[in-house]
Design a protein around this ligand. Sequence first.
Ligand code: TYD
Length: 134
Amino acid sequence: MEIVKYSFQEHGDERGQLIALEESKEIPFAIRRVYYMYDTGEGVRRGFHSHRTLEQILICIHGSCRVLLDDGRERETVLLDKPCEGIYVGPDTWREMYDFSPDAVLLVLASQVYDENDYIRDYEKFMESVRDKM
Ligand code: TYD
């Protein structure tokens, strides 16, 4: 599977860096929710779900973490360790986040508000749902 990566433009000058993310510009959807994970314990692995319709951009804006993505055919992992880089994670993709550095802040921009009905939290059910679409 091909992971869609984004390199966001840094508006840097002698004062430091600034990145601006606008919906339908740098971000390919209207942003309806923002959340972030931090103080993630050592050895913690989280996520373990897919979404039926949700689109997301993940950016580790401080520190680093790894993301495993699985589309039902292949698994890929990606290291997020730069505030100017992000990945797109669309529907029908199982994700797990792990290897968080103690200072990691993982920012997520999402296309929908929180809806538990959009989650598939069982890996077998995830595989069934993607198999039905293959
Ligand atoms: P959880 O789904 O377990 O996080 P992940 O699977 O990404 O590791 O979410 C942790 C808690 O936060 C859970 O009680 C649901 C709540 N939550 C919200 O209220 N809104 C949100 O947008 C998200 C992502 C989670």
